[in-house]
Design a protein around this ligand. Structure first.
Ligand SMILES: Cc1ncc(C[n+]2csc(CCOP(=O)(O)OP(=O)(O)O)c2C)c(N)n1
Ligand SMILES: [Mg+2]
Length: 338
């Protein structure tokens, strides 16, 4: 099997994500696009695994705690040889192994997720067990959502990881500043996020989570940090954009739950991805993109504010909005007037 570069794998994860949510009518495309580069770097450059022997004892353990982005891990596993790529089309179908949220019934998955807030605790248990058994042949990686960090259990696990000096544990937070219905800061304030992890006793690395060079360096650094005494766990806070890679999905909360429908939503998603396709891979569904794509019209719901604070209560926008994302950019404007 030809080894993919992280850029190629990230693109394929995004392309599969669009197809899988489109075919199934499944949610969470924004979360899949957000985490695609992180997952791609892990599976192409970081994790030790044997796809023909998924339970190999020396494997690095991996948990996708933000299990609603299951399509991203399914795509990475299929493209890395754990099961046929063709099976991805069964996502969400009755009887399929590829349930909407991550299932351990699939080869390559150690822990089912979907109910947010549990992945870090499970990862702590795995890392603690490895240390107790004197096993240094593998590390434990866990990817969390930033909204997920509203869960109290995350911080109990963070305390545990520090207390037991789990230097074999690496958490990565997909820090896209959004959750399912709004910006984090309008829901339950998280900042100063990096200092919170620091205060809990963790090594903290902050990067652009869509920049593959920065991702690679961060994972290298996490290995070095693991050897420093006193031992500490490491968190990589990866700054990301929800919906990254498809302009009309970026920073628009609509795409947490909405799937790319037939018509301009699907056509434009595919064709935009084709504009950033790395060399050396083939789009498994629409090799030449979509000729004569349907385009949005003036009456289509595109580029509007779909946040909970906007739609639920019209008095909210001025009062509640503390962080505004500039569409298509990583800049966030903090409204300090509150
Ligand atoms: C315990 C629990 N509560 C609520 C949900 C519903 N839910 C699914 S995704 C989501 C938002 C998660 O936001 P975040 O962790 O920031 O992930 P993102 O999609 O932004 O990557 C919520 C609340 C859930 N899956 N589990
Ligand atoms: Mg988020």
């Amino acid at each position: 099997m030809k080894k993919l570069t992280s850029e190629q794998l990230a693109w394929l994860i995004r392309r599969h994500g669009v197809e899988m949510t489109h075919l199934s009518g499944g949610s969470h495309i924004g979360a899949i696009m957000s985490v695609a580069d992180i997952i791609a770097m892990l599976y192409s450059n970081v994790l030790n695994y044997k796809s023909d022997n998924p339970k190999w004892n020396g494997r690095d353990r991996f948990i996708l705690s933000k299990g609603h982005a299951g399509a991203s891990i399914y795509a990475a596993l299929a493209e890395s040889g754990f099961f046929p790529v063709e099976e991805l089309k069964t996502h969400y179908a009755n009887g399929s192994r590829l349930s909407g949220h991550v299932s351990h019934h699939l080869p390559g998955v150690d822990f089912s997720t979907g109910s947010l807030g549990h992945g870090l605790s499970a990862a702590c248990g795995m890392a603690y067990a490895a240390k107790k058994d004197g096993l240094t042949d593998h590390r434990v990686f866990v990817v969390l959502g930033d909204g997920e960090c509203n869960e109290g259990a995350v911080w109990e696990a963070a305390l545990f990881a520090n207390h037991f000096r789990l230097n074999n544990l690496i958490a990565i937070v997909d820090h896209n500043r959004m959750q399912s219905l709004d910006f984090n800061e309008n829901t339950f304030e998280l900042e100063d996020f990096a200092n919170k992890w620091n205060a809990f006793g963790w090594n903290v690395i902050e990067i652009n989570g869509h920049d593959h060079k920065e991702l690679k360096e961060a994972f290298n650094k996490s290995k070095e940090y693991g050897n420093i005494v006193p031992h500490k766990p490491t968190v990589i806070i990866a700054d990301t954009i929800k919906g990254y890679g498809i302009s009309f999905m970026e920073n628009d909360i609509l795409w947490h739950y909405r799937f790319p429908h037939d018509g301009w939503e699907y056509d434009c998603s595919v064709n935009e991805l084709h504009q950033s396709m790395p060399r050396g891979i083939v789009d498994p569904y629409t090799p030449n993109g979509i000729p004569n794509p349907k385009m949005p019209t003036k009456t289509d719901d595109i580029g509007n504010d779909h946040t909970f604070s906007k739609t639920w209560n019209t008095t909210y926008p001025e009062k509640m909005r503390r962080v505004e994302a500039k569409p298509g950019s990583r800049e966030f404007v903090h409204n300090t007037s509150l």
